[in-house]
Ligand binder design. Structure first.
Ligand code: FES
Length: 155
């Protein structure tokens, strides 16, 4: 019997084609669906594209927007690159930690939020910046970030 994961990945391969160039968009779609890339999915993708599992895992672990560990429903990524760093990104991290009780690299017990550092989001002139899932937030202050997170708590 084919598992749902295998069926889903087979459909992705039909959509993108069974070649190496399809790897990144397929990984992104698995992320969108499951919030992280589990081992079974990576093995199935390797089989579908006829490439090595190491190749899939290497790509998955290279990009900061791809996670190989289980993530919360809302993944917060705070830019740690130099401009945001100079604009006190640590105050943003502290405000998040104070409100939801996790540090970078952690997930809340209820599975609602994960927190990570990321590299430049291309919004340097409006730093400090962060992403929640695919949504960018800029010109952050500790107060602003708390209001944003409260709105996500209700989702
Ligand atoms: S340095 Fe943070 S968005 Fe570019």
């Amino acid at each position: 019997m084919i598992s749902n994961n295998e069926e889903f990945i087979s459909q992705l391969a039909d959509k993108y084609g069974r070649n190496r160039e399809s790897l990144l968009p397929m990984l992104q779609e698995v992320m969108d669906q499951f919030y992280y890339l589990n081992e079974d999915c990576m093995i199935t993708i390797a089989k579908e594209l006829d490439i090595s599992t190491a190749d899939v895992y290497g790509t998955a672990s290279f990009y900061s927007f791809l996670d190989t560990n289980e993530q919360g429903k809302h993944v917060i990524r705070v830019c740690q690159t130099i401009i945001c760093d100079m604009k006190r990104k640590e105050d943003i991290i502290d405000a998040i930690t104070e409100l939801i009780g996790i540090k970078p690299g952690e997930t809340t017990h209820d599975g609602k939020f994960s927190l990570h550092y990321t590299n430049c989001l291309g919004a340097c002139h409006k730093g400090p910046a962060m992403l929640i899932n695919d949504e960018p937030y800029t010109e952050l202050t500790p107060e602003k970030v708390k209001d944003i997170l409260v709105s996500y708590m209700k989702k």
